[in-house]
Design a protein around this ligand. Structure first.
Ligand code: IMP
Ligand code: MG
Length: 371
């Protein structure tokens, strides 16, 4: 669930693959019910319908034929201008039941053309099935026999539908949205990588709000907020605080800063389900994670660094090599999942975390500038 960019426009997740398949399943049942005594011809109107037709006919168990047509305009010689014709009708349709499969019916202009063309083809029956329908814009007095999902008058892409050529390949449907205004960064780095120091620089430089989950937890517990008290009951019992409690705390923190340019999330998300919840929450605000920026440092180097720190800090967990390696392994296992999650959205940016502090800040800034 996220925001994507096609050409100059932004689109947000809107209808999932599962919801689409459910709608198709219901359409198939209705059509089958009306056509089971005969062999209908399913006629897809290209290009947008190709995914819909493929999934529809795969679910249809009765006898049927499948064909595709394209609606092409050519300049007419008469004064009314453009006349539409169907390209690709090869079979004799006389006496047959034809079910038009449309991906989307918007104004109904296309549907009107189709009606006009089939009027004198002597069909037995002409039925119209559309996967998506925009009732608020539909202006025609034409009957649509089967409707999958009715949607508001907003442009959608995905599942065969395009915006200026792009987006047809998505399994889900995305809806046009305004440009996100925030820069939201998930900052990652293994223990000892210098994340805290860098976050402090970066929040100043980019005017972002730094949310450190550790601090948020401590504050909530110290101030005995409702969520703090709840979190405590888990911690005192030696259990991990459940995702939904953590997410609620984070949301409260985000909402404390309604005018923020964006956030640096530090120590969150830690699990895929947290990452999904964060995406979903930002989506509802028309925002998204701009990127996950991860400091990459070789394990041996870090272990050495922490051991050195342990000599002066006196922190017991910084003095035991086995324990440090254990923390590191835990980090790797957890982040591997998140790295993949953000990589799948093209939002993972690894940054070399070896070098002096200013140098690393510079490398991070180069990534931040792009986001
Ligand atoms: P009509 O307005 O019903 O004639 O729809 C015309 C065509 O516009 C459809 O077949 C689609 O190709 C395209 N279309 C309408 N609404 C959308 C949309 O929201 N996304 C992508 N294409 C659309
Ligand atoms: Mg179409």
């Amino acid at each position: 669930m996220s925001i994507i960019k096609l050409h100059d426009k932004y689109f947000k997740s809107y209808i999932s693959e599962e919801q689409i398949q459910e709608a198709i399943n219901s359409l198939v049942k209705q059509v089958y019910n009306d056509c089971k005594e005969e062999t209908p011809i399913f006629l897809g109107i290209l290009n947008g319908c190709f995914m819909f037709v493929a999934d529809f006919v795969r679910q249809y168990n009765g006898d049927c034929e499948v064909s595709f047509v394209k609606l092409a305009s050519y300049e007419g010689t008469n004064s009314t201008g453009k006349i539409k014709q169907l390209v690709g009708v090869n079979e004799d349709l006389e006496g047959r039941t034809v079910v038009i499969l449309e991906d989307i019916i918007d104004t109904g202009n296309t549907l009107q053309e189709i009606y006009n063309i089939f009027k004198d083809k002597k069909l037995k029956k002409l039925k119209i099935a559309t996967l998506f329908f925009k009732p608020d814009v539909f202006k025609k007095a034409l009957h649509i026999d089967y409707i999958g999902i009715s949607i508001p008058d907003k442009f959608i892409v995905g599942y065969g539908l395009d915006y200026d050529g792009l987006g047809r390949n998505f399994a889900d449907i995305y809806q046009l949205t305004s440009k996100p205004t925030m820069t939201n960064i998930v900052l990652f780095g293994p223990p000892g990588a210098g994340k805290g120091t860098q976050a402090t620089f970066l929040k100043e430089k980019y005017g972002l709000v730094h949310i450190s989950t550790g601090d948020v937890f401590r504050d909530n517990i110290k101030n005995e907020t409702e969520l703090g008290i709840l979190a405590r009951t888990f911690m005192d019992g030696g259990d991990l605080v459940p995702d939904d409690v953590t997410i609620k705390m984070l949301k409260t923190e985000i909402e404390k800063n309604p005018d923020a340019n964006g956030f640096i999330f530090d120590g969150f998300p830690r699990t895929e389900s947290q990452a999904k919840a964060l995406d979903q929450y930002l989506l509802e605000k028309g925002e998204a994670i701009s990127g996950m920026v991860a400091l990459e440092v070789a394990e041996d180097l870090l272990v050495q660094r922490i051991l050195n720190r342990g000599k002066t800090s006196g922190r017991p967990d910084d003095q035991n090599e086995a324990k440090i390696r254990n923390r590191f392994n835990e980090y790797k296992t957890k982040t591997a999942v998140l790295k993949e999650y953000y990589q799948n959205q093209n939002k993972y940016f690894g940054v070399n975390g070896v070098g002096d502090i200013n140098e690393i800040t510079k490398r991070l800034s180069d990534v931040f500038d792009k986001l």
